[in-house]
Design a protein around this ligand. Sequence first.
Ligand code: BDP
Length: 421
Amino acid sequence: MNKNYYASFKNTVTTVLLLSTSQVYSYAEGFWEDADATLTLRNYYFTRNFPKNESSQNKSKAWTQSFIFDFKSGYTQGAMGFGLDVLGLSSFKLDAGKGSGKTSMLPIHDDGKPAREYGRLAAAGKFKLSKTELKVGEWVTTLPILRADDGRSLPQTFQGAQLTSNQWQNTTLYAGQMRGTSLRNDASMEDMFYHSGKGKFAASDRFNFSGIEYNFNDNKSQAGAWFAQLKDVYKQGYFSFKHEQQLGSWQLRANTGYFIGKEDGNKKAGELDNKVLFGLFSAHYNHHTFYVGLQRLTGDSAWMRVTGSSGGTLANDSFANSYDNPQEKSWQLRYDYNFTGLGITGLTMMHRYFKGSNVHTLRTSNGREWGRESELAYTFQQGALKNLSIKWRFNTLRQSWNKDGNFDEHRIIFNYPISFL
Ligand code: BDP
């Protein structure tokens, strides 16, 4: 009897354990099943020559090896799904001396020497209810009003919370608050700055935003409206319209936008005034793509963005400059070729030329600048090196009002992504 009792007790416990394990397992299933993990090995060589700086420093260079580990989970099952994203960032100096500061490749110590290594661990928890997601933690933001920069050794990150909802068809709603940023060449989390371009700057630890994007016309058109506020420094509205259109064998695209910004609350950077109207238009035909970019700033302040973040939303953003000084007018012409057309899949080439005028800063009221940029890139298509990409970027910038804005640059970037899971 006793023995039987013991056996059935044992059976019950085993069943309960098995059931709950499979319950936990199936609960966690989505978490792992839809997870992605990639380790990118990035080797980056950067050199900037300042031909006009005879008296002071005329060269700045740095070479780094970086490791970017990017884990993104799926969501656990159930009404409320839970997930976790982890980003491990680590970069090592291979070569860089005093004077490498102008490369923004590594943090610079007080004695002017670059750090031997730097990095961060960024994690974000995410919760999903139906088609609405709340994310809390630290990650690489890609919003048009707050775009993290990933142009050097390691990407910039922001810390905060963001709500993204796809509850309504064709519509995405965004809202959130960021409380700090870690710059692309820094390991620490700091307040967010804005520089007015007229000598005024101020920091804040609150960046609030909301936005809506609506896709229509078979997803060929998109309209967006955004609000951003760097509390007590600036507030900004952004309206965007994107469209693509097939015309015979040509594929045409337009990416247009309008920013309007003012000082906010306690006006920590003084009175501010900025508007930007821009359009980037492209035509793609048979491996060739032609672009025209037009951009015009009005008002007394530079374009409003958190200092150190990317200018990638603007039409005339580039490897080394964004042509976003107070009152600046600029244009660009660009040509891309994809060598698939000649049977070499993976090889691409880009050339572009920019011209900016009517720059108003503390040093000039009629500044001019121009830039020329090229990129030759190859991505291995198969074999052991599959997905390894090599980019060679070379560019020149000339600014009439700023010695440091006259340079010739070379960047050689290897990115080798290794996927797990
Ligand atoms: C790009 C930014 C641009 C910067 C440039 C740079 O969008 O505004 O001027 O980096 O590093 O990513 O010089």
